[in-house]
Write a protein that binds this ligand. Structure first.
Ligand code: CFM
Length: 539
């Protein structure tokens, strides 16, 4: 680095300086400084195609549909229709945990695939798909089977929906298909939307039962990575909420079926599940609020808003008591650790919600966020949901079906009157609201959408943060540059990090990572004088 850049705009110039003109022009629209609270937020380019040739962090549409949204449900047989690689490489890699459940039906440890080969590509794979569904049924007798198409399936045109329909009639269980070919969208985000649509069409609201409990909620967009959902379940139960269904961490298809019995939808990951929240409101009259259980203070705030919604003094008091008890434990640990982490710096480039949520946990340790960005989020996740009407629909987003949802003639029941909603709104329950990441990050912080590998290395050179958060693709490169990397997708082997106990786990892990001396002791081969590789033959 020749000159020491002083502000975000200068660093941005340096980031794109060596790119071809057209690439630089495109990337410039996805890189901008954060804003102070209340300041107008500039438009950021996001949810557009990655530039061919760069190394992106993104995954494919199939990954978002099968791996992310439906994969964590334990008793649905999630069957990949495609070559074995797609099923194999998405097998048990996301650390979405589950209880075994009272019936012991847990298919998460299995990789179900039709194992398509050249023969199927040439002559069609529908027969094989039918046989695979039959085989899964004979062996496991699951309550539901969900089919996921991979790239070649879309290219050869297998009608997976027709196969699902006929097999559902034949076997008498729920069978539905997702046209989530990897190339269908610009990232995994398209796969989320496709999964949301199919769950809505085929599962949610298919069982009318009385669900016990006074304060019934669903948790949308929580996937139990590293046990996060277990901790959230513990807290909700302690406060007195009844969790009807989680989409989809530690969940069952039965939970999904009766999810319309809840009186409030809470949205953890806005990016992946906001579609279901919206559709359930239209169809059943269930309002939704954005929550965040990453960060102790954020968890407390979310619980307070949830309790406020039900307007029940007993629930409010109990929730306050739980918060007080839990925060006391948290404070002891923060007091011990913060002197060692205060003023340290972090960068986070991950997914479509965590790059925002995890800033809370770093701030609780007194750490400074130098930069953050999502892989595949949309403008609303950056700038706030108020920009939704201004987002232009392009060819890639038009590719994804928009369901037309109407109030259910029997099941639509507004949970609150317009006046009640307005009153609660005044109390801080901004229904359907999400402020996004950029506002409040401050003008010294850098926001980058769909960061690529070149930019990552440049940023590390320039900023030298005390910790960098990303995924497995980045991990070893970052560590070789002497900077610890925390995986924010699978948490490495750590977690849970949600809720109060999760926050404590996080503080301890981050303390160890930013204060270990090991990273300063490493010298990459090219930084030493000796030969890069030495070997002797024994033979
Ligand atoms: Fe939502 Fe997720 Fe995320 Fe996501 Fe993901 Fe994930 Fe993620 Mo990896 S659903 S957007 S598609 S919070 S798998 S549990 S960690 S990129 S930030």
């Amino acid at each position: 680095m020749s000159t020491k850049p002083t502000n975000v705009e200068e660093i941005k110039k340096e980031l794109i300086a060596k790119m071809p003109t057209k690439v630089a022009r495109k990337r410039a629209k996805s890189i901008l400084p954060g804003t102070e609270v209340g300041e107008p937020i500039p438009e950021i380019q996001s949810n557009v195609r990655t530039i061919p040739g760069v190394i992106t962090q993104r995954g494919c549409t199939y990954a978002g549909c099968k791996g992310v949204v439906l994969g964590p449900s334990r008793d649905i047989v999630n069957l990949t229709h495609g070559p074995i690689g797609c099923g194999f490489y998405s097998w048990l890699t996301r650390r979405n945990q589950t209880d075994a459940g009272p019936d012991g039906e847990n298919f998460i440890p299995y990789a179900f695939s039709t194992d398509m080969t050249e023969h199927d590509i040439v002559f069609g794979g529908e027969k094989k798909l039918r046989a695979a569904i039959q085989e899964a049924y004979d062996n496991f007798h699951p309550k539901a089977i969900s089919i996921f198409s991979t790239c070649p399936v879309g290219l050869i045109g297998d009608d997976i929906h027709a196969v699902a329909r006929t097999m559902q009639e034949e076997l008498g269980i729920t069978i539905f298909a997702n046209s989530c070919e990897g190339y269908k969208g610009v990232s995994q985000s398209a796969g989320h939307h496709i999964a949301n649509n199919q769950i809505m069409k085929h599962v949610i609201g298919t069982k009318d039962v009385e669900v016990e409990g006074k304060f019934k909620v669903n948790m949308l967009g929580e996937y139990n990575i590293g046990g996060d959902a277990f901790e959230i379940e513990r807290i909700l139960e302690k406060c007195g909420f009844t969790l009807v269904a989680t989409f989809s961490g530690n969940s069952t298809v039965e939970d999904f079926r009766k999810a319309h019995a809840a009186d409030l939808n809470t949205v953890m990951c806005h990016r992946s599940l906001n579609y279901v929240a919206e559709m359930m409101e239209t169809k059943y009259g269930i309002p939704w609020i954005k929550v965040n259980f990453i960060g102790a203070e954020a968890s407390a705030k979310s619980l307070r808003r949830m309790a406020a919604y039900f307007e029940d003094q007993e629930l409010i008091d109990r929730t306050e008591a739980v918060i007080a008890e839990e925060l006391e434990k948290v404070k002891t640990v923060v007091d011990e650790i913060k002197p060692r982490t205060d003023g340290k710096t972090a960068m986070l480039f991950v997914g479509g919600s965590r790059a925002h949520h995890y800033q809370e946990l770093f701030k609780e340790l007194g750490m400074k966020i130098l930069g953050a960005g999502y892989e595949f989020a949309h403008r609303d996740d950056y700038e706030g949901r108020h920009v939704l009407p201004t987002i232009k629909i392009d060819a890639d987003s038009r590719n994804i079906e928009e369901l037309e949802i109407h109030p259910d003639p029997e099941r639509f029941k507004p949970r609150k009157t317009e006046e009640e909603l307005a009153r609660l709104n005044e109390k801080g329950l901004d229904f359907k609201g999400y402020e996004g990441m950029i506002g409040g990050m401050g003008k010294d912080a850098m926001v980058i959408d769909d960061i690529n590998h070149y930019e990552t290395e440049k940023l590390l050179e320039i900023y030298k943060p005390d910790i960098f958060c990303a995924g497995i693709k980045e991990k070893y490169i970052v560590q070789k540059m002497g900077i610890p990397l925390k995986q924010l997708h699978n948490y490495d082997m750590g977690g849970p990090y949600a809720g109060f106990n999760g926050a404590i786990n996080w503080y301890r892990d981050i303390d160890r990572m930013v204060n270990t001396k090991v990273w300063n002791l490493i010298k990459a081969p090219w930084q030493t004088d000796g030969p890069e590789l030495e070997a002797t033959y024994v033979a």
